[in-house]
Design a protein around this ligand. Structure first.
Ligand SMILES: *Cc1c(COP(=O)(O)O)cnc(C)c1O
Length: 453
């Protein structure tokens, strides 16, 4: 805990010097900054010494809890050797060991690992690889992409170009390359007006139309498998993923999976694509890759993609991409420790009862007057608030009902962050049954209070 006068000093400096991501700073200036000082397990502690459950895994990346001894130790041990060394030319030990390990745990066929620093760059790399692959193969016209409405792949220009969230992405439209958007399989608000029980995945037909008409010009489809995160925790019906994969194969279009959020156990399996036995051509990983400790990302590719970049030096088939901190040894050492924990602590096996417990606890929400939908995939869940349950009329986003729920939850010791009127629940995988119950009970009460029931 920090001395009171220094607390105030920090709060002043925060407002004075910092520009926060995805934050309207005019509103921020009116609030008292909430400053985190420490963490342990699933708990965070602010500069006042007050404790909160980390209900969003520190922006969807924490896996084993905070200050996990094995990861702390791995970083300290690596720090005694070297903090950073470049991969542009030389190699480094943790980067080599991690690449081998990632290929071992990845879906079969993904055999090459290209590092970067964050989810956006992992996807940016994937898009560039897919594009350049076709250039090398002689299909020069394949310059466009397919993506899903409500998709989110990052905040760089390229990844925004394949992003389908209007409030974030629309303003930059003039800067993007051509992308075709297929309807998202968002069953609660089916874009085709179908009922899930007899829809026969009509949304796949829409995707097929796009592919059929434009396949000569399309390099790749990119999508988040099973769960579209930032677009509102949209959970796909069974069969969509494998259907999309099959269509891409049929129409000669590369299939990129953005597993930045879903990777490393969130959905109950190591990667979401394993639920439907799908292997993409390219897969982007980041958030949970080292337990949520430091910036690291990887883009995995098949041998087929990789081989298309081989050639004489003078042919200029090289993949001209790389970042200063590519393959950072500290980040890779942390990732190796995290993957070891998956084995040693049987993380995936131990998730099964937690996932069931979460499912049981979510049931209660469906009875609330302003809860339109409570959905779940693995240890990811969302509560969609609606003004009118019978018509599914949403709360206007300006009303900030989600923020009200989260502020209420914070008063009771739970840190969460909404996506508009959708409340996201994404605890570290290490959360235990009691903590999970407490988290959901706080949330239940907060929803009741904020929606005035
Ligand atoms: C968070 C996220 C990204 C972007 O990752 P950053 O590390 O924030 O750049 C990309 N795709 C998905 C699915 C994500 O959830």
């Amino acid at each position: 805990m920090i001395h009171k006068t220094y607390q105030e000093q920090l709060q002043t400096w925060d407002k004075q010097y910092l520009w926060h991501p995805f934050t309207q700073m005019q509103d921020y200036g009116k609030e008292t900054p909430f400053i985190i000082e420490e963490g342990s397990g699933v708990f965070l502690r602010d500069i006042d010494g007050k404790e909160y459950i980390d209900g969003i895994s520190s922006m969807w990346c924490n896996i084993h809890g905070h200050r996990k001894k094995e990861i702390d130790d791995a970083i300290k041990e690596q720090l005694d050797k070297i903090a950073h060394a470049t991969l542009l030319g030389p190699s480094n030990i943790p980067a080599i060991e991690l690449a081998k390990k990632l290929v071992e745990v990845a879906p079969p066929g993904l055999r090459k690992v290209f590092y970067s620093d964050n989810g956006s760059t992992a996807n940016e790399v994937a898009l560039k690889m897919a594009f350049q692959y076709w250039q090398h193969k002689g299909y020069r016209e394949k310059t466009q992409f397919v993506a899903l409405q409500y998709g989110y792949h990052g905040d760089t220009i390229g990844t925004m170009g394949v992003g389908g969230i209007d409030i974030y992405h629309k303003v930059f439209r003039p800067l993007y390359f051509k992308t075709h958007f297929a309807p998202a399989p968002y069953c609660y608000r089916c874009p085709l007006g179908k009922q899930q029980k007899d829809c026969l995945l009509a949304c796949l037909k829409e995707l097929e139309k796009i592919l059929k008409e434009n396949s000569d010009h399309i390099a790749a489809m990119i999508m988040e498998p099973l769960v579209q995160g930032a677009g509102g925790i949209i959970i796909h019906p069974k069969g969509y993923l494998s259907g999309a994969r099959a269509l891409c194969k049929k129409y000669h279009v590369l299939f990129i999976l953005d597993e930045v959020l879903t990777g490393f156990g969130r959905t109950g399996k190591m990667f979401a694509c394993l639920h439907e036995d799908v292997v993409p051509d390219i897969m982007a990983l980041s958030k949970g890759i080292n337990g949520g400790y430091m910036p690291l990302a990887a883009t995995l590719a098949t041998e087929e993609i990789y081989n298309a970049f081989l050639g004489e030096y003078s042919e200029l088939k090289t993949f001209f991409h790389g970042h200063t901190y590519t393959g950072n040894p500290l980040g890779c050492a942390a990732a190796l420790a995290s993957l070891e924990l998956f084995e040693k602590e049987h993380i995936l096996e131990n998730l099964v009862p937690k996932i069931n417990h979460l499912r049981a606890k979510l049931k209660r929400f469906e009875l609330l007057e302003h809860v339109g939908d409570a959905r779940q995939c693995g240890l990811i869940a969302a509560i969609e608030l609606v003004r009118d349950k019978s018509t599914k009329e949403p709360y206007p986003w300006e009303e900030r009902v989600g923020i009200q729920v989260c502020l209420e939850a914070r008063k009771h010791g739970l840190l969460i962050r909404p996506l508009g009127h959708i409340i996201v629940i994404m605890p570290p995988l290490s959360i235990n049954a009691d903590e999970l119950s407490r988290m959901i009970d706080i949330l239940y009460e907060s929803v009741q209070i904020a929606t005035n029931e």
